[in-house]
Design a protein around this ligand. Sequence first.
Ligand SMILES: O=C(O)[C@H](O)C(=O)CO
Ligand code: MG
Length: 252
Amino acid sequence: MPKFAANISLLFAELPYLDRFQAAAEAGFEAVEILFPYEIAARDTRRALVANGLELVLINAPPPNYTGGQPGFAAVPGEEARFQRDITRVMRYVEQLRPGIVHIMAGYEQGAQAQETFVRNLQWAADHAPKQQFTIEPLNPVAQPDYFLNDYDLAAEVLDQVARPNVGLQYDTYHAEVIHGDALDVWERFHSRAVHVQIGAAPDRSEPGRGTMDFPALFQAFDDAGYSGWVSAEYKPSKPRTVDTLGWRPSD
Ligand SMILES: O=C(O)[C@H](O)C(=O)CO
Ligand SMILES: [Mg+2]
């Protein structure tokens, strides 16, 4: 049975940021994801993690001043110096927060030059922090129009070109289902590259149990593939209180 984490950038969002850690722990989670921890002092986030006995699974690596601009820019030609500064700053957060994974985001760019830029930037990050696990994640064009990495076949091609052991695939059921129409098939085709898993329903990105996917079958597929990493709930709760949307957990 998978071990589940909570993405507290989407779950428990009905609560102030620092209250979400206790809420996640009280709901039975032992680990959390934080998409953009850059707007609060790392020591405050660290204190909340420690106080609630929580492991930090993942953070994103967008611009440090992420305020709704582009979701990252690792595939944007001409921004390489800024990318290197951004990763250097992200790694200072990593030193304090120790996330298992840093998800590097590509930004809104298309074409061969964008792909070459993305590959070079990923190689730079992987070599700059060889002990850090990095991921790339295809995002569907409904949620993120014009995002460079919008397809799992492209992600596989990029990972082959990057050829670094600490850069892997971030698989998300919501995006896989919306992009390819069959999240389970995407898992079967690409799970050998997956170093992190996120779950959300499609098409509305709410909690598992709604929408088009068979989550018990997906959880079994994760086990059958020998996946031992975290499975992180990254969805928009359909009810005002997140705790009322957790019935998808097999132990519940
Ligand atoms: O949206 C997603 O599924 C990604 O995991 C993400 O973090 C984008 O910010
Ligand atoms: Mg995701």
